[in-house]
Design a protein around this ligand. Sequence first.
Ligand code: NAP
Length: 234
Amino acid sequence: MADRPYTLLSCGMSLDGYLDNPGTTRLTLSNDDDFDRVDSVRSGCDAIMVGAATIRNDNPRLLVRAAHRRADRVVRGCSPTPVKVTVTATGDLDPAAQFFTAGDADKLVYCPEDSAATVRRRLGAVATVVELTPPLQMCQIGADLTARGIGRLMVEGGGRLHTQFLTADLADELQLVVAPLFVGDSRAPRFVLDGKFPWNAGRRAELADVRRIGDVVLLRYALSARYDAERLPG
Ligand SMILES: NC(=O)c1ccc[n+]([C@@H]2O[C@H](COP(=O)([O-])OP(=O)(O)OC[C@H]3O[C@@H](n4cnc5c(N)ncnc54)[C@H](OP(=O)(O)O)[C@@H]3O)[C@@H](O)[C@H]2O)c1
């Protein structure tokens, strides 16, 4: 058995590489057809992960929206929607956030040992809090998710999370949607932060698929030998 789940990073960005507006107003980058594609990808995964800042900023539900997809999952012996996963050092998360309240799937909150008491006090009633040895790394989370039977993980951002998975070479696939607009403000969160990425001028990533979806384009990159070409999104 692999020591981490098949890991698929999913992200929408502006033409200038931003994930959102600066501040707290949420920017819609994608379109309805692409949201439906993302729903389909979600429905094929065992767990969906976002960073704590994404929960604070976007208050996402992270559910499979289409009833037929939820029903298909149940037929396959899965919960109607995937397990939800997040990570926080501060524990600054509202237990009333939709991440915790929407849907019946299990919720996992990873945190470093030194903040576990705070995080458990705040979120222990609405999620399973898992403490890990600091500095907390995505490979620890991957190993723990594997031990919990998670075979396929979808990481939906934000940029700080994507950066850690990519720089640690822990991603098998990237589904990047480019929206036809500019944000034009460097205070906005970017797709990735600075870092040493395994893909660079000397080692280019493999572009596995390109698909136009209305006014956005989906770029699909194979990032490891485990890349699952059979599972086309949408
Ligand atoms: N366009 C898209 O597809 C998309 C998708 C998702 C999000 N977004 C946008 O992205 C923005 C948020 O992205 P972001 O990069 O600022 O943040 P993020 O990746 O969502 O979350 C970062 C936070 O996660 C926690 N965290 C991450 N790595 C950790 C580690 N190794 N150990 C402990 N805690 C860790 C920390 O939480 P604490 O601060 O609580 O310690 C950190 O502040 C939002 O504006 C959101 O709207 C866009």
